[in-house]
Ligand binder design. Structure first.
Ligand SMILES: [Zn+2]
Ligand SMILES: [Zn+2]
Ligand SMILES: [Zn+2]
Length: 341
């Protein structure tokens, strides 16, 4: 995530803010500029708040009163007006969605437009909901907005990490796979790395839930769920790549760097200086900054009695898959790369 300052007083403000907590100037996010703008002077009259300002707790701006912003416009179905609990969960999920839509715009990925990509955000209290992706429509179970329920499912499934942001990034992985892998040669390479995606999905699903992941999954996969089918391996890897890019960008924006732990013989592999324009770098450089940062952040979390911020290890085959995703995200985003973002 980028960092933001109030356009009126220069105080630190955050992506989610609707007002500066220092000087009370109203703020709104302008997606076309990727800026949190102080709504005073011309900006106050030329821009309007998203029509879902209240419903989705949305702080994004639009051109004309009554329009939906670039994130809210992607939501095709939501809980009905009478479903108060569903609407509260919707606001939480839309917050995570704005964060990932912002990242997609920042990366310059194509296809983040209504008509091509849509979200059905549904409450499973009302009807059975299967989180998933089909033909550009991403379905999300809003029960996953509830911390207690999500944590219960995380524990039941033995997952080290489960968040709404993670669900959105995973399902977007399915959406982007055919958009950013292009041509027979690329697909052949993808199948070499992730396995043959033409394998029967229903059978793979049944096998996964009957037998679980192979014991040695961590030697080849980023998560146990990734072992289920090559599609899921791609989606898990793509989501993981977005985690890395966002977290590195945030560290760079705040000037976080790691000189390495004091107690050990230092070598280069324990130092990190995250760079804001990570996309222009080779994946090796991204990784050289990522790993030392995660060692430090995990140690910091443990000092607070919290679980590791980054509860993953990256085996060499996983790194090769991430490198493939990096290459294809960069290739699909010429505009962002050219702008040096
Ligand atoms: Zn201010
Ligand atoms: Zn909105
Ligand atoms: Zn999936």
């Amino acid at each position: 995530m980028l960092s933001f300052a109030c356009g009126h007083c220069g105080h630190l403000v955050f992506f989610e803010n609707t007002v500066c907590l220092n000087c009370s100037t109203p703020l709104g996010f302008v997606p076309d500029r990727l800026e949190l703008v102080a709504l005073e002077g011309p900006a106050a009259t030329e821009l309007a708040r998203c029509a879902n300002q209240d419903l989705a707790a949305c702080n994004w701006m639009v051109q004309r009163e009554g329009e939906l912003c670039r994130s809210c416009a992607l939501t095709r179905t939501r809980p009905g007006d009478a479903d108060a609990a569903g609407l509260a969960a919707l606001a939480t999920a839309e917050g995570a969605k704005r964060r990932v839509v912002m990242q997609l715009l920042d990366l310059g990925l194509p296809g983040v437009t209504p008509g091509r990509l849509a979200f059905d955000l549904l409450a499973s209290e009302q009807e059975p909901v299967a989180t998933g992706h089909a033909d550009g429509v991403i379905t999300i179970d809003l029960a996953e907005s509830d911390d207690a329920r999500r944590e219960q499912r995380r524990a039941e499934l033995g997952e080290p990490y489960r968040t709404m942001l993670g669900h959105l990034r995973h399902e977007l992985g399915h959406y982007f796979q055919p958009l950013i892998i292009d041509g027979d040669e690329d697909w052949a390479q993808a199948r070499e790395l992730f396995g043959d995606d033409r394998r029967d999905y229903e059978r793979a699903l049944e096998r996964h839930y009957a037998e679980g992941a192979p014991e040695d999954w961590a030697e080849r996969y980023v998560s146990a769920y990734a072992t289920m089918h090559p599609w899921e391996d791609w989606a898990e890897t793509f989501a993981h790549y977005l985690h890395i890019r966002d977290t590195l960008q945030t560290a760079a924006e705040y000037g976080v760097s790691v000189r390495g732990p004091r107690a050990v013989n230092l070598d280069r592999s324990l130092k990190a200086t995250p760079q804001p324009e990570a996309g222009d770098r080779s994946f090796d450089e991204v990784l050289d900054n990522w790993l030392p940062l995660t060692y430090a952040l995990n140690a910091v979390n443990r000092s607070m009695g919290s679980d590791d911020l980054y509860p993953f290890t990256l085996a060499e085959p996983v790194i090769e898959k991430l490198r493939f995703v990096h290459h294809h995200v960069q290739a699909a985003a010429p505009v962002a790369a050219a702008a040096g973002r």
